[in-house]
Design a protein around this ligand. Structure first.
Ligand code: ZN
Ligand code: ZN
Length: 307
């Protein structure tokens, strides 16, 4: 299985348009050793021909343009045959209406895989999604059930399993979505025909026993690296909320993800979904070096991971 990291930042990307924090300023002034990051999304393929996305970032059109593997080779063609959604937050779904995914491109039908609640929220509360997504193309997923990703009704060679992860409610306004229910956010375990396993969890508040079980013995995990420290935004004076209050486990600290994931039997551990304030963004930071010592890495846009 081949994984291409299309985007590796949290909502807003890096640099973030309205931000003048030391990272964003340093990048714009050319004094920070860092790469631009678009909002998180990955493409996976068992054979390098047909591609499946996990999430559809608002930056998807640009991400496709800079990824040769996803270019059309005919007059109208989508190399993307399915999109698996982790949850309904804008940084994970806005690419669908933005480029018209979920309808039909040429002869290709793009299937959208997501939970019933994600479907309900996007299609019944958001006209812009309902207009573009053909309901017949939506595949409602169940939790903790191994299912084949289908392409034109046939097995793709990839089996996925979605598992619930705590994050934060889907909506702050919509009555039925203000309270977080099990499965509102999921992580994905993807297995190919050679038994290689990828686990992708871009947004998670707390490492549960279930998440640990799904991640253990994976070949590769790509995990929520939004904030390095729990008080990162408070210290910068950007917000009064901790990382946990915003729905993301911090990387460092006694209950951070380094601590929680350290003993997992996983070949390669990566962080993605970095917020623009994260000290892992500068490639020569102390935090980056410490992370490597712990056996973790950070993905960047365009990275290719072969399993
Ligand atoms: Zn997110
Ligand atoms: Zn989210």
């Amino acid at each position: 299985m081949r994984v291409i990291v299309l985007g590796s930042a949290a909502l807003g990307g890096f640099p973030q348009w309205n931000c003048g924090c030391p990272n964003c300023r340093g990048f714009r002034e050319g004094t920070l050793k860092a790469r631009k990051r678009t909002q998180s999304c990955i493409a996976i393929s068992p054979e390098g021909e047909r591609w499946y996305l996990i999430d559809a970032s608002p930056d998807l059109a640009h991400q496709i343009e800079v990824t040769r593997e996803l270019h059309a080779s005919r007059l109208r063609e989508s190399k993307i045959h399915a999109v698996l959604l982790t949850h309904a937050h804008p940084d994970h779904v806005l690419g669908l209406p933005a480029i018209g995914l979920g309808g039909v491109v040429g002869e290709t039908r793009t299937l959208i895989y997501g939970t019933r609640r994600t479907k309900e929220y996007l299609l019944s509360k958001n006209t812009i999604f309902a207009e573009g997504i053909d309901e017949d193309n939506w595949v409602e997923i169940s939790l903790n059930k191994k299912e084949e990703i289908l392409v034109e009704g046939k097995p793709s060679g990839l089996v996925f399993e979605a598992f619930s992860v705590p994050h934060r409610p889907i909506s702050v306004k919509e009555e039925h979505f203000k309270e977080e229910l099990e499965g509102d956010t999921v992580g994905y375990r993807i297995e190919d025909e050679n038994g290689k396993v990828l686990v992708y969890v871009p947004d998670i508040r707390e490492v549960t026993a279930l998440a640990l079980r799904k991640m253990d013995e994976a070949d590769v995990i790509i995990f929520d690296g939004t904030f390095y420290r729990d008080n990162e935004l408070i210290k910068l004076g950007i917000s009064s909320k901790t990382s946990e209050e915003l729905g993301h486990i911090s990387i460092a600290g006694p209950n951070g993800s380094i601590e929680m994931l350290r003993d997992l039997n996983v070949k390669q551990k990566f962080y993605t979904h970095l917020n623009n304030t994260n000290p892992l963004i500068p490639e020569d930071s102390v935090e980056r070096r410490l992370l490597q010592v712990e056996g973790f890495h950070v993905v960047s846009d365009g990275d290719v991971i072969d399993l």
